[in-house]
Every structure is written in structure tokens, then in C-alpha cells.
Design a protein around this ligand. Structure first.
Ligand SMILES: C[S@@+](CC[C@H](N)C(=O)[O-])C[C@H]1O[C@@H](n2cnc3c(N)ncnc32)[C@H](O)[C@@H]1O
Length: 218
């Protein structure tokens, strides 16, 4: 949000419409909708879309199950975005180019595509073990960084209480880090012509950043 807020201020205010690619459970959709933005969210996971749809919104967002590498809504948006390392869920340069091309096809001419990615440094220094407990769930995560492939395999396990029962959930996912030069080259191939690149808030330089924020113009 600090980056998005500064970006919206720089372009003269909030857009009328926003496409939230890999929207998850609609966290960002909710914040933008509360500020009057008409949001469309897409995510590959039907469960994420179901959770996103179950929330209350000020404006009525549209949600679709779709793959960021192949989706086609037949519409363009002034601003499109993809956040919280969703692009690191892709496993190859080919997939990353496909996702950038789909984002470009859904961005108006002169419009913007904003996203963040974890760098190889970010994936490497991710906590090896992490757990969180709240009133009705316990979730833990452990992962291993493979420096040869610049990937991290993450095991997530959760216990979620629903009434008197407790549900056990397990998921294994692989995140892949892409070098800055690769990301820049693929963005240019996808048709984005201008680029601002920033280290995520808590980092001082691009070279040391674990997460980068890209703002691209079509
Ligand atoms: C770390 S979550 C981020 C969710 C959301 N952007 C947020 O900030 O809360 C990553 C999301 O990417 C989605 N995802 C992974 N691969 C995808 C793909 N190929 N197409 C669309 N969504 C995908 C996952 O289902 C998940 O909801």
C-alpha cells in the first residue's frame, strides 16, 4: 500500500477501474473498493475466488477464476496490478512472459501495470520456519532455498477450527526468483515501454532488495 498510494498520488489520484491479477482472497480489492474503485479480480484458485466473493465491498467487484498466463477478459483497464509475490509462483521465463503479455493486453494504451516480485536475495533470506496462531487457526510454513535453480519449496500446514471440528490443510508450493534484467527484458517484449523500478519499502538499494516494485507504462 505505501508504494501504491504514492503511485496513485503521482498519477493524479485513484483510477476508476483496476484489474487485480492473482487477487487471492481480495485483500487489495477490498481496500480499493472501499475507496470507490471498480475492481475486477482474477485468480487461478477457485477457493481463493470463493473467499474473495464472500466479503462485503463498497463497490461491487467482479471476480473470475483464471490463469494469469492465459486469461482474456476482452477488456482493458487504466491500471492493472499483481501483488504479494504472485508472479514468483510462475516457474519459467516463458510463463513470466505469458503473464506480462496478458497484463499488457488488459492495460489501456498509456495505462499502467504495477507489481512486486521477490528477488533471489528475497527468496534466499525468507525465514526457514514461520508460524502464526489466531483464534481459530494455526498455520506454519517451512521452506528450503535451492540456490542452483533460485527456487524455494514452501510447505504450508494449517489447522482451522470450524465449530467443534478442526480441519487439517496442507499445501506445497514452489516460488521462483527472476533476475532484474530478465524481468526488464520480458516486460519490453510484452509491450511495456516505460519503467520505474524501486526497492520495496524496507530495503535501501535495488542490489540489496529482497522484493522489488515495478511500475510499467504501456
Ligand atoms: C501470495 S498470494 C497473493 C494474493 C493477493 N495478490 C494478495 O496480495 O493478497 C498468490 C496468489 O497467486 C495466485 N496464483 C498463482 N498462480 C497463478 C496463476 N498462474 N494465475 C492466477 N493466479 C495465480 C494464487 O492462487 C494466490 O492467490
Amino acid at each position: 500500500m505505501p508504494h501504491l498510494t504514492a503511485f496513485f498520488r503521482a498519477i493524479g489520484g485513484l483510477p476508476d477501474e483496476f484489474l487485480d491479477i492473482a487477487c487471492g482472497t481480495g485483500v487489495l480489492t477490498n481496500i480499493l473498493s472501499a475507496n470507490g474503485v471498480r475492481v475486477t479480480g482474477i485468480d487461478i484458485s477457485p477457493q481463493m475466488i470463493r473467499a474473495a466473493k464472500s466479503k462485503q465491498y463498497l463497490t461491487k467487484p467482479k471476480f473470475h477464476v483464471g490463469d494469469m498466463r492465459t486469461f482474456d477478459l476482452g477488456q482493458t483497464f487504466p491500471v492493472t496490478g499483481c501483488f504479494y509475490d504472485a508472479l514468483n509462483h510462475l516457474s519459467s521465463e516463458k510463463d513470466l512472459l505469458a503473464a506480462f503479455s496478458r497484463a499488457a493486453s488488459h492495460t489501456e494504451k498509456g495505462g499502467y501495470y504495477v507489481f512486486d516480485v521477490l528477488t533471489p536475495t528475497g527468496l534466499k533470506h525468507w525465514k526457514p520456519y514461520w508460524a502464526q496462531k489466531s483464534g481459530h487457526y494455526l498455520v506454519c510454513q517451512r521452506g528450503h532455498f535451492d540456490s542452483a535453480n533460485k527456487t524455494r519449496v514452501v510447505h504450508i500446514e494449517a489447522f482451522v477450527k470450524t465449530g467443534l471440528r478442526s480441519e487439517h490443510v496442507e499445501e506445497v508450493l514452489t516460488e521462483t526468483a527472476f533476475e532484474i534484467d530478465v524481468v526488464k527484458r520480458l516486460l519490453a517484449r510484452a509491450g511495456f515501454r516505460k519503467l520505474v523500478l524501486k526497492p520495496f519499502v524496507r530495503y535501501k538499494t535495488l542490489a540489496s532488495a529482497g522484493r522489488l516494485v515495478f511500475i510499467c507504462r504501456k
